[in-house]
Design a protein around this ligand. Structure first.
Ligand SMILES: NC(=O)c1ccc[n+]([C@@H]2O[C@H](COP(=O)([O-])OP(=O)(O)OC[C@H]3O[C@@H](n4cnc5c(N)ncnc54)[C@H](OP(=O)(O)O)[C@@H]3O)[C@@H](O)[C@H]2O)c1
Length: 271
């Protein structure tokens, strides 16, 4: 698994990490045990960056339990997501509790109350319990505000949506990130799963085998990682075998422009 540096934070992250939205929002021993197995495979295959949020129901807690006894093997990215100051402190208290008193990448979710939250995260960073501070948004109409935050010098990484069918970040976010050495974490790399559900034929995928990727999900992830402005992608999964599948996309060689174009063409034919 290739590792890249997450912007000015200096943290070395795997190029394939893992999201937890929906997939880790589970209750009951059997489902929780299954998520532990997903984390087992993730750690075995060097996917050791996990992204969560208090917005994802039980996900933060389930991830914390899955990392019990091996927290030091993982990098945890989570978020503050509230306009309420008291709730913000509660979220911080809970998150630090789930992750052994430290959070590697702490982000302002959806830019909610961004100025205040960034100030608080800077304090936590000075106190030594946070390593990197970032900001996230999923919506195109928030990219202007996200760019202002990027230009403020207060974040070392951003988290944005990017995939073969959602390429707006190529216009302003990725160039700005590259110019300022801001790390880029990619949410929705598989289009919330929709892109992976329908695949081209084995014959159509054969041309990508020389790049070490055989499944459509792997091709879609490698397509993203072949843009050097992308630091890491965080596909979510509830399936250990999908985690194993996704990890394969994190090894070079990377696609050149011809392969990237071919992937876009194949995706367009499926749409
Ligand atoms: N979507 C948002 O608005 C948003 C916002 C902020 C942050 N994020 C963060 O970004 C992460 C990733 O985004 P996302 O979860 O929205 O979407 P995603 O990663 O693009 O898609 C997740 C879906 O892909 C499926 N999948 C994963 N690997 C697969 C494989 N190898 N083959 C086939 N299907 C596969 C999973 O199903 P299985 O469980 O069956 O594998 C899951 O349903 C989130 O989990 C979260 O941490 C997302």
């Amino acid at each position: 698994m290739e590792r890249r540096i997450l912007g000015t934070s200096g943290i070395e992250v795997p190029v394939v990490g893992m999201g937890t939205w929906k997939t880790f929002d589970v209750r009951g021993p059997a489902d929780i045990e299954r998520r532990r197995q997903v984390v087992d495979v993730a750690l075995e295959t060097d996917i050791n960056l996990f992204d969560s949020s208090p917005m994802y129901g039980a996900a933060e807690q389930v991830l914390g339990a899955a990392l019990d006894g091996r927290r030091e093997k993982a990098l945890v990215a989570t978020k503050i997501w509230t306009a309420n100051d008291r709730e913000s402190e509660e979220q911080i208290r809970r998150s630090l509790g789930f992750y052994g008193g430290r959070i590697d990448v702490y982000q302002v979710h959806n830019l909610v109350e961004v100025d205040k939250r960034l100030r608080r995260l800077a304090e936590l960073q000075r106190d030594g319990c946070v390593r990197a501070v970032g900001a996230t948004h999923y919506a195109h109409n928030a990219f202007g505000e996200l760019l202002s935050v990027m230009r403020s010098g207060r974040v070392s990484c951003v988290q944005v949506p990017y995939n073969v069918e959602d390429r707006l970040v190529e216009e302003r976010i990725l160039p700005e990130a590259a110019a300022r050495n801001i790390g880029v974490i990619i949410m929705r790399p598989l289009g919330v799963g929709a892109l992976a559900r329908q695949a081209p034929s084995a014959a159509q995928l054969a041309r990508f085998a020389e790049f070490g990727v055989r499944t459509w999900a792997q091709v879609l992830l490698k397509w993203l990682l072949s843009d050097p402005r992308v630091t890491t992608v965080i596909p979510a999964t509830s399936n250990p075998e999908h985690a194993r599948d996704n990890a394969v996309a994190g090894d070079p060689p990377w696609f050149a422009e011809a392969e990237r174009k071919a992937v876009v063409q194949l995706a367009a034919e499926l749409a």
